[in-house]
Design a binder for this molecule. Structure first.
Ligand SMILES: [Fe+2]
Length: 286
């Protein structure tokens, strides 16, 4: 398997590439070290077109993120979907490819949500087999992202972090650590984020996501429609003090604000990294 030879810049904070900002980014070339492209945003009607992506790729490294691999699903893998990813990889040479530990379709139903799976030895074997097929087909390692969920399974035999570590050990995949997702789970289910972070194998974390949730009082929704919360910033600092320098992404997918708002969130993340690490990375704005 071909791991991408180049890597996203360590400890640098990228942004999700959104249609609302594309013209400004192409015209102004803001100081952003990398962008993440959501496959569904590219392929959807009104989404980014190849000409726009090529213009961005000319100036910035990219990662490719998707929500439809359905790595935890029981239906056969959608090889047409994977072929679309493969075409995107060939065209735009993203430095990382990622999706989620979840399932997204069953029968003829394609769900808008990323749905959780039980963490059992049986599902571990199943997901490992699917990740192996995906990585072989794409000829590349993928990163698997922890999920925000709204239910848990009594059948689970291990926690999510342990399950993800096992995926890494058996398939050679990497980890996309979404700290907001873990915080949403802590609020909704009472499972400790710090225990989650302490369990994850840091050396295999290839990317970190930071996002804002929607507070419904009794529970949180992982809506990606807000600034990163104070609680998640504190957890990011906890992670950054121990991390091995994975690139970080500010995710914002709904109620998308002006690009300056995203840039200000990225600066905040850069400052947390600069203050939390002894790395050579420094930032004059902090
Ligand atoms: Fe995420």
């Amino acid at each position: 398997m071909n791991a991408q030879s180049a890597r996203l810049p360590a400890n640098r904070v990228g942004l999700g590439l959104r249609t609302a900002h594309i013209d400004q980014i192409i015209n102004e070339l803001p100081d952003v070290p990398w962008f993440e492209v959501l496959l569904e945003n590219h392929s959807a009607k009104g989404g980014l077109v190849p000409r726009q992506l090529a213009a961005v790729r000319e100036h910035y490294p990219l990662s490719l993120h998707s929500v439809g691999m359905s790595l935890g699903g029981v239906e056969p893998l959608d090889m047409d979907y994977l072929a679309t990813i493969k075409r995107m990889v060939k065209m735009f040479q993203p430095l990382q490819i990622s999706d989620h530990l979840c399932f997204t379709h069953y029968g003829n139903h394609y769900f808008n949500d990323l749905l959780p799976i039980p963490f059992t030895s049986e599902s571990l074997r199943h997901v490992c087999n699917r990740i192996a097929v995906v990585q072989d087909f794409l000829d590349s390692r993928i990163l698997v992202e922890n999920l925000s969920s709204y239910l848990q399974f009594e059948a689970s035999e291990m926690n999510e972090a342990e399950f993800i570590n096992e995926l890494v050990a058996h398939t050679g995949c990497g980890i996309l650590l979404d700290i907001n997702n873990a915080y949403v789970n802590e609020f909704n289910h009472g499972c400790s984020v710090r225990a989650f972070i302490d369990t994850i194998c840091f050396e295999h974390v290839g990317e970190v996501h930071l996002a804002g949730y929607e507070d419904r009082t009794d529970f949180l929704i992982d809506a990606h429609n807000n600034r990163v919360s104070d609680a998640v910033w504190a957890l990011f600092e906890y992670y950054a003090r121990q991390s091995t320098g994975a690139p970080v992404l500010i995710e914002w997918d709904n109620d998308i604000p002006a690009l300056d708002v995203l840039l200000s969130e990225a600066i905040k993340a850069r400052c947390v990294i600069a203050e939390s690490t002894d790395s050579e990375f420094t930032d004059a704005t902090c």
